[in-house]
Design a protein around this ligand. Structure first.
Ligand code: OAD
Ligand code: ZN
Length: 444
């Protein structure tokens, strides 16, 4: 031992003797080390140093939760279901599950709505209300099949096209997170609920839907950017996600909050399957360390639960159904239901032709347009100019309790929570003012 070391040891024991309490000293040293580590990380982070090493260290430090899958593949997921280890499946869906029905999604380059606002081709503006015009896809029927098998805990959908309902997914098993065309509400004094049929009737007669009770405008129950989430959303998140033992995410870019962060709400052990054309929902490792949600970890060395099946959702559902031994059942369901809907469409066309022959022809001759569809969906003609503003509305927060366009204090929906996003669910603030947010909100 060198002299200097000897001195230092002596002074350490002296100071220990002076306090007369070695545990106090250990505690002090521990705190100091903790502080040092804190500052080291802070500097590293601030200066952008050794981020990869830190992320790797963080992964090493965290003990890996139990792996429930025999193998982290779609086969492993199928086996997990087949073995009966999984009774509560939550399915998160987005516009990608309806594209094969002919409804464009929002963000796909080239084909997405934000790239093609002018080209959205419906046979007529009113077709947005002709739910029969769009047939649910294999994906929708796969969800229905999960429900028939008693495995569907909940389908949280961002879609407003109501195709889940058309496919027969029970309303109680669904949370339509961004609202729905299925119902509408008066924006005036009375806030009365109206059916899609009622609104459709008005639109077909070229009338702005107005409430007979108070003359307020009646708007479909769609949640626009800047509006509150449906009241059912947050309670369902809290009740369902802790019970979830398999999360299936399909056809969404997971770009809109708070929906996107739902993937972090399942238990740590819960396997997560993404069926999509591209990977999504991954969080930068540093952001994860800073507490911005875990995100999907398909490519992490320590991945023990996240599976990405890349391709078309319908094919993904067919592949999973096959692995589960449900292929014929799914096929039968799809064929039977599609035949039924086609017959219904024919029937509806005949009825509509009888009801408003001249008007129907005039509209068809003029051709459909996005603006027309939007105007039909919302009687407020300012919707038409607003659609263009949606192009860059990535990463926006759907819900807030901000005012509606008409300046009403809350969303027109009777079932809308007045203070959404305040239960701790992460909401990425876009910093939009309510006006801009809302203008960027037209869905169709
Ligand atoms: P996006 O358009 O953002 O994402 C659709 C995702 O599905 C993309 O990752 C596509 O690659 C993928 N996709 C498209 N067709 C597919 C197919 N046939 N098979 C597999 N994958 C396919 O749509 P959402 O994530 O649903 O919100 O958008 C979320 C929200 O943004 C919407 O609900 C809407 C919008 O602004 C509001 O209006 C409040
Ligand atoms: Zn009213």
């Amino acid at each position: 031992m060198s002299e200097a070391e000897g001195d230092s040891k002596a002074s350490e024991s002296e100071s220990a003797a002076a306090t007369g309490d070695s545990s106090t000293q250990e505690k002090g040293a521990g705190e100091e080390a903790e502080q040092m580590e804190y500052f080291r990380r802070l500097f590293a982070r601030t200066l952008g140093l050794s981020q990869e090493r830190e992320a790797a260290e963080a992964e090493e430090e965290t003990p890996r939760p139990q792996q429930l899958l025999d193998e982290v593949t779609v086969e492993g997921i199928a086996k997990y279901i087949r073995d009966g280890k999984c009774r509560n499946i939550i399915v998160l869906t987005g516009a990608g599950i309806s594209t094969s029905a002919g409804i464009p999604d929002f963000r796909s380059p080239g084909t997405g709505l934000y790239d093609n606002l002018q080209k959205y081709n419906l046979p007529s503006p009113q077709a947005i209300f002709e739910i029969g015009f769009f047939k649910p896809t294999w994906c929708h029927y796969f969800i229905k099949l999960l429900s028939l098998k008693g495995l569907l805990l909940r389908n949280f959908t961002q879609n407003i096209d109501t195709l889940e309902r058309v496919a027969g997914v029970p309303a109680g098993a669904m949370v339509e997170a961004h609202g729905t065309f299925y119902t509408a509400h008066c924006l005036g004094e009375c806030r009365k609920e109206y059916t899609q049929e009622w609104v459709k009737e008005k639109v077909f007669n070229d009338e702005v839907p107005r409430c007979p009770e108070c003359d307020g405008v009646v708007k479909p129950d769609i949640v626009f950017f800047g509006e509150a989430m449906p009241a059912k959303f947050f309670p369902s998140v809290l009740a369902d996600f802790p019970r979830c033992d398999l999360l299936i995410v399909m056809g969404t870019s997971l770009q809109v909050q708070p929906f996107a962060s739902l993937v972090d709400r399942v238990p740590e052990t819960c396997p997560r399957l993404l069926i999509n054309r591209e990977k999504c929902g991954q969080v930068d490792p540093i952001m994860r360390m800073l507490g911005f949600g875990g995100g999907m970890e398909f490519d992490s060395e320590n991945n023990y639960r996240d599976v990405a099946w890349l391709g078309d959702c319908d094919d993904g559902c067919k592949a999973l159904a096959e692995l589960l031994g449900w292929k014929e059942e799914l096929e039968e369901l799809v064929n039977k239901e599609h035949a039924r809907i086609e017959a219904q469409i024919e029937e509806d066309k005949k009825t509509a032709a009888k009801r408003v022959p001249a008007e129907g022809q005039a509209v068809a001759a003029a051709g459909g347009s996005t603006e027309g569809a939007s105007a039909a969906a919302s009687p407020d003609s300012s919707r038409q100019e607003s659609t263009a503003a949606t192009a860059d509305s990535k990463d926006k927060v759907a819900p807030t309790s901000e005012k509606t366009r008409e300046g009403k204090p809350d969303s027109p929906q009777a079932d809308v929570s007045p203070t959404p996003g305040t239960d701790g669910v992460e909401t990425k603030s876009s910093g939009d003012d309510p006006e801009t947010s809302e203008k960027g909100s037209s869905n169709l």
